[in-house]
Write a protein that binds this ligand. Sequence first.
Ligand SMILES: *[C@@H]1O[C@H](CO)[C@@H](O)[C@H](O)[C@H]1NC(C)=O
Ligand SMILES: *[C@@H]1O[C@H](CO)[C@@H](O)[C@H](O)[C@H]1NC(C)=O
Length: 461
Amino acid sequence: MSSPRTRYTHSTPTPDEIRDALGTMVTEAPPAVRPANGATWRRFLVQFRYDLRYKLVFLVTAIFLVWAALQHGPRPRVLHYVWSYGDLVVLPEEDVMSQGAVCLDGTPPGYYLRRGTDKGSKNWIIYLEGGGWCWDVADCSRRSLTDYGSSKYFRWNFPFDGILSNSPAVNPNFYNWNVAMLKYCDGASFAGNRTDVAVHEGKPLYFRGRRILQALLDHLMSHGLDKAQRVILSGVSAGGLAVMLHADYVKTRLPAGVKYHALPDAGFFPDIKNITGHDHIRILYQRSFNMQNCAGGVDADCIKDKTEETQWQCYMAQYAYKYVQTPMFITNSGYDYWSLWFIYNLRCYPEQCPEKREKLQAWHERILSITYQIRKSQKDGIFLPSCYIHSLTSFAYTWTDYLVSGTSLRDAFYKWYTGKTPSVVANYFDEPYPKNPTCPWTMDFYNRVTQRLKAYDFYVE
Ligand SMILES: *[C@@H]1O[C@H](CO)[C@@H](O)[C@H](O)[C@H]1NC(C)=O
Ligand SMILES: *[C@@H]1O[C@H](CO)[C@@H](O)[C@H](O)[C@H]1NC(C)=O
């Protein structure tokens, strides 16, 4: 075999030849017909450079490959190292029907799982998803047509970032742990336990969050959680509240002797009157609590302590907090945008409504006084930045970039977790707005957040 082509590739070109060839590539138009010999790869590069169709084919192929890789069904494990996410597990119907542990629409609940590796393989983060609440039967019925109320609409995978990330750069302390993110599909922070079935326009609705929590934990216990040495229960928003409501209960379902901590994020929704001085959020929580029979799904010691009229308080962080025995590191913004918008009803960018500046600072002072009990605690830590933000644990930038007293949430939590900072000292409180330079209090950020809040605006009659 001595075709011109093989001869060409074996000969070493002189520097002059290389320069000529490169010069040709830049200046010469592509040949109309593909020649029978010559360096094919170089011809291809020339074609690629001049011919839009080549670029198009390349682009379409690349998009298709990425799209195909992200589709459900078996995927190569290597994607787990490129992109951090969990795979969906939906409980088998026969496991959940006998206990009635079902989502709002009666479908079985589920979770997203990423297995741990190496030294993290016996450690678990159990993460409770957030997503607001539904406030009456019609509202819950609408929710049952979404992934927050039915496993029919669960996606096949879910991106894991922040404390859930598998990147050692973002998440150096927990990147190799098992992660199970429990999907929120009951509309009441995993706290409902109503046995009878509600009906809306002929359609059944189930309020079974507490049984869902139990069924998911049981399932995890038969899939590796029973070998756990360390467990961190975390969760965000409605899931952050759920962490506080169920931290002690979850402990009872875990193997004996496990090292157990909780990290509730953005779950400290305060019982504060709205900006015009009316009770607003507590009325909504009372409705949800009663409708879903949450008295059978929150802390039993708290319920025992209250009268029938005040039991709903066991469903709000500031009242439920003192009954929790689990060591907790509580993180929440002092200017949580969900709470400012929906609870307080302060809906303007601070620089554009100077007349409301006083109200904004009054809010922050109330948050500080409500969380005073945590500051005094011998077992709990707190991280309370003055940022216009909601969730803090589940995004890389909030996990690592917002600093209070020069410390990120990631580092503050880890120092508390390892005992380097004792709980009484682990109090990261911030100056009032607008002093923290690491917070994104820009108009642009405010507008983007506000767009989302408007789109999400929930139904209240
Ligand atoms: C405060 O709450 C009351 C009662 O829900 C409501 O009528 C009023 O409009 C609210 N104020 C604002 C500013 O939204
Ligand atoms: C939930 O309700 C069921 C049925 O009434 C009951 O057996 C169970 O103990 C309740 N769970 C809690 C936590 O109260």
